[in-house]
Design a protein around this ligand. Structure first.
Ligand code: CP3
Length: 356
């Protein structure tokens, strides 16, 4: 394989010295870009776009043509796994993801397909290898999956939810059924991520978007434990053990100590956490990723630059920080504001990496 020309992202994850803070953006390929909307139209639907390796590769590359990002992220979705398990994923225009079937009983759980990522999610692996080839060593490629808990929220609710009544009801009232589902998902996710790594992913991120909806005890029991299981599976296999893992629990700021112990090299923090406090707490153990409020991108370029400066100063001197938003970019953002955001990181961060 071609050698990496820009490895700052991987170096920062390993807390090795870098010349400046690396940056990428969650959901960096997406609807805020007019070229994304054009390619999606050409594909027909979002799912057709995910299933077409050439077009998925095209949209992965789009943000890299505009901005000097230090990593590319596979264009796909976390809900491909429950879809392969047989739930029937579809998107209703303007309403987000939905499933034709849900998992709310032992019988539903027993009815799920048994899958292997290489066969049943082969289209994702095709996208990974196509993108990796197209990148030709420009920047590393990030693969990803949802966390078992986050996937379970969609599978039990049948789509997005405001209060998680069904899934949390199941966790608190029928813990054995919930653990059965989460164990199955942890196995499927470990297999899925290791297949992405074999296909060419150079780092992987576990999106635990809804871990923060749980109680402190519930988080450890139903979310963190299963991410830990996935990471230890990856770390016990010679083919995957050297690939860094980032765990991002939105709303997980109160549980950073526990998260930093799950085996991941990188911990994503959302914008509600003070990055300076997070570094004092866990910065000697893991790399931090984040954490500008995505909504800040609606402010003026000057205000965005000020915020970037504050976050860089908050983290302080040295490696171990990957700049990112605290969650995915919002569709209505002006792409020129992203230019201001990325430029600010590129211009203001080198001073924090000079050896003294
Ligand atoms: O980061 C990237 O650029 C890679 C692509 C990516 C997508 N989804 C593309 C997408 C990634 C990493 C995801 C992860 C994902 N998907 C998560 C976890 C991260 C997060 O944002 O919390 C979740 C919860 C999902 C589930 C999902 N997929 C939702 C809730 C939606 C609807 C969102 C909306 O605003 O309508 C999707 C669809 C989706 N996934 C889109 C994109 C670009 C929009 C689809 C479109 O209309 O083109």
């Amino acid at each position: 394989m071609t050698e990496l020309k820009n490895d700052r992202f991987l170096r920062a994850l390993r807390r090795q010295p870098v010349d400046r803070t690396p940056i990428w953006m969650m959901r960096q390929a997406g609807r805020y870009l007019p070229e994304y909307r054009a390619t999606r139209k050409q594909a027909g639907s979002f799912l057709d776009l995910c299933k077409n390796a050439e077009l998925a590769c095209e949209v992965t590359m789009q943000p890299l043509r505009r901005y000097p990002m230090d990593a590319a992220i596979l264009f796909s979705d976390i809900l491909t796994v429950p879809d392969a398990l047989g739930l029937g994923l579809y998107f209703e225009e303007g309403e987000g993801p939905k499933f034709r079937k849900t998992v709310r009983s032992e019988a539903d759980l027993a009815g799920l397909n048994s899958i292997t990522a290489e066969d049943d999610l082969g289209y994702v692996m095709n996208a990974v290898s196509t993108i990796r080839q197209e990148l030709n060593g420009m920047v590393p490629l990030i693969g990803f999956s949802g966390s078992p808990w986050t996937l379970a929220t969609y599978m039990v609710e049948g789509g997005a939810s405001k209060d998680f009544a069904n899934v949390k009801g199941m966790a608190y009232d029928k813990p054995e059924l919930m653990h059965g589902l989460l164990s199955l998902l942890a196995d499927a996710v470990a297999d899925y991520l290791s297949a992405q790594i074999r296909a060419g992913a150079q780092a992987v991120q576990i999106f635990d978007t809804w871990g923060g909806s749980l109680s402190a005890g519930g988080y450890k029991e139903f979310s963190l434990k299963y991410m830990q299981r996935i990471i230890s599976r990856l770390q016990s296999d010679a083919q995957t053990q050297d690939v860094p893992v980032i765990v991002f629990t939105k709303g997980g700021g109160q549980w950073l100590n526990a998260i930093a112990g799950c085996g991941a090299q990188g911990v994503g923090i959302d914008w509600t956490t003070d990055i300076n406090a997070a570094r004092s707490q866990i910065g000697d153990r893991v790399c931090l990723q984040g954490n500008m409020d995505p909504t800040m991108l609606f402010a003026s370029p000057a205000r965005i630059r000020e915020e970037v400066a504050a976050i860089l100063a908050g983290f302080g001197h040295g490696s171990g920080h990957v700049f990112n938003l605290g969650h995915g970019i919002t569709p209505g953002v002006n792409p020129d504001h992203v230019t201001a955001f990325v430029e600010a990181v590129v211009e203001l961060s080198p001073q924090y990496h000079q050896s003294s």
